[in-house]
Ligand binder design. Structure first.
Ligand code: MN
Length: 492
């Protein structure tokens, strides 16, 4: 994150004379310095140029595309910048693009305002000319309007920058699949070539036997060291320390393989654990707590999305986690979804300190795996599912509100999160199923639906949002029109 930056490009022209251009450049630098000092932006904003010609714009776009540090371009027009001179640059822009429609001054100065002031401060029409050309070119972009010193404007810009960081992360993401996905399951399948072309993910498989070999090389000292980390982070609520040490062995081995290949996401399945004594539970959970994405049953799509949403979140590892819709509480007026997984829920969701427990696993025929057990915290959140529609990808997002679980469930041996879904449990389920959303999701308290919409927009994939205002009829129409629109667009 420290070496990532965003570029501020201000549009103008020669019409106003050198003094105006000097003032514009000085103010642009002042705005960038002020914004960087607020702490509301996740990484550095760099003032690049007050662009006055086709050549300057083409040049800065070429540099932005080439420079790995640059994760996005933010434009603004203090004065009027005729936008035909932007065309040659913008058609080649490969980085996320945000138009900040702002103004240097907060107020119209009653006594002071004259035509000189008007010529210098004309963002109101400069930004419209600038906005037209991006609309005309059908460019994916974010438009944020408001006063640049306004804290909410700064926060929105910061969230968009985090989204763009998620784009950069996606484009270099490598996913390690330990074995294939669970037999016969449809929703965890997908076109890995298409996903790589569209989202950048390199999804490849490694043999479980190779993992077992690395596990066998893990030393007792390495396990001792990780056990200390477990003790510091979690309460150990089991006498079966051998099972916990075995999870540590699995974690160390998986981390070695992930890091050796530069992978930030992985998947495995209980059906393919040949040579392993336990399904990784605690091991996967503690890797997720360190920012790695994970998907159960070989679900590499949800694993990658988990890693991306973690990277978009606060400090690069916010409260975003692999989740599975498990069971409902259907009491009228008191309806809740219960989410969990057979083991692997990330402790970043935990309301308190997580406990390490060991329990038998009903499926898979392996030894009792150690796992983290906890309750999810309260708060507004989203659940997100990426599905392969055949020829295109669809990202489905639903607004939810997580509650402290309304009952103890003392015999449930896994981490659990309970929530109310929008617009209601039953309509929400009807919408989710109609859209084809998976039972696996990324649940996030941290990344917003607006960020996921922007991410999908930049990536050029379909986005479906289920909100408090969604009706089944409206959603069915939206999906119908989307199908036609995507066919017209071509299969990509
Ligand atoms: Mn599952």
């Amino acid at each position: 994150m420290n070496n990532k930056e965003f570029w501020f490009v201000v549009g103008s022209q020669f019409l106003y004379g050198p003094e105006v251009l000097e003032t514009v450049a000085a103010r642009a630098q002042e705005m960038v310095d002020t914004l960087n000092a607020t702490g509301n932006l996740p990484c550095k904003l760099v003032y690049k140029v007050t662009a006055k010609t086709n050549q300057e714009i083409t040049q800065v776009v070429r540099e932005a595309n080439y420079d790995e540090r640059c994760c996005g371009v933010i434009t603004w027009c203090h004065t009027f910048s005729p936008s035909k001179m932007w065309i040659n640059g913008l058609v080649n822009l490969q980085k996320p693009y945000c138009h900040l429609a702002t103004q240097y001054n907060l107020e119209i100065p009653n006594e002071e305002i004259d035509m000189d002031f008007m010529n210098l401060n004309q963002a109101a029409h400069g930004d419209r000319e600038h906005g037209f050309i991006a609309a005309r070119l059908r460019m994916p972009r974010k438009v944020i309007a408001g006063y640049w010193k306004d804290e909410e404007v700064q926060r929105r810009l910061g969230r968009w920058m985090r989204t763009a960081l998620g784009v950069a992360f996606s484009k270099t993401l490598k996913v390690m699949r330990f074995g294939d996905n669970m037999r016969e399951v449809a929703v965890t399948e997908g076109d890995k070539v298409e996903v790589q072309a569209q989202l950048g993910w390199q999804v490849n498989t490694w043999a479980v036997g190779d993992l077992v070999e690395v596990m066998n090389q893990v030393t007792e000292e390495e396990i001792d060291a990780l056990m200390e980390v477990y003790r510091a982070s979690y309460d150990i609520a089991t006498d079966n320390l051998e099972a916990v040490r075995y999870q540590a062995r699995e974690e160390i081995a998986m981390k070695k393989m992930l890091d050796a290949e530069g992978c930030m996401a992985f998947s495995n399945t209980f059906q393919d654990l040949h040579g392993m004594e336990q399904l990784p539970g605690l091991a996967s959970q503690h890797l997720m707590a360190q920012g790695y994405g994970y998907g159960g049953e070989g679900d590499w799509k949800v694993s990658a999305m988990t890693a991306i949403m973690k990277a978009m979140g606060e400090h690069g590892n916010g409260a975003s986690a692999f989740m599975e819709d498990y069971t409902y509480h259907l009491l009228p007026g008191n309806e809740y979804s219960l989410g969990a997984h057979m083991l692997e829920v990330c402790p970043s969701l935990a309301a308190g300190r997580a406990r390490i427990e060991t329990h038998p696993l009903g499926i898979g025929g392996k030894k009792d795996p150690a796992r983290l057990v906890f309750e999810g915290k309260e708060g507004d959140a989203i659940v997100v599912s990426l599905i392969d529609m055949g020829g295109r990808l669809r990202l489905i997002c639903q607004d939810i509100h997580c509650v402290r679980p309304i009952m103890e469930m003392p015999n449930l041996p896994v981490a659990r999160v309970m929530w109310k879904a929008e617009p209601s449990l039953t309509t929400g389920v009807e919408c989710w199923i109609t859209a084809g959303g998976a039972h696996h999701t990324v649940l996030s308290y941290d990344v917003t639906a607006e960020q996921m919409k922007d991410w999908a927009n930049i990536m050029g994939i379909e986005f479906v949002h289920i909100t408090k205002d969604t009706t089944l009829e409206g959603l069915e129409q939206e999906l119908f029109w989307n199908d036609i629109a995507w066919q017209l667009k071509g299969l990509r």
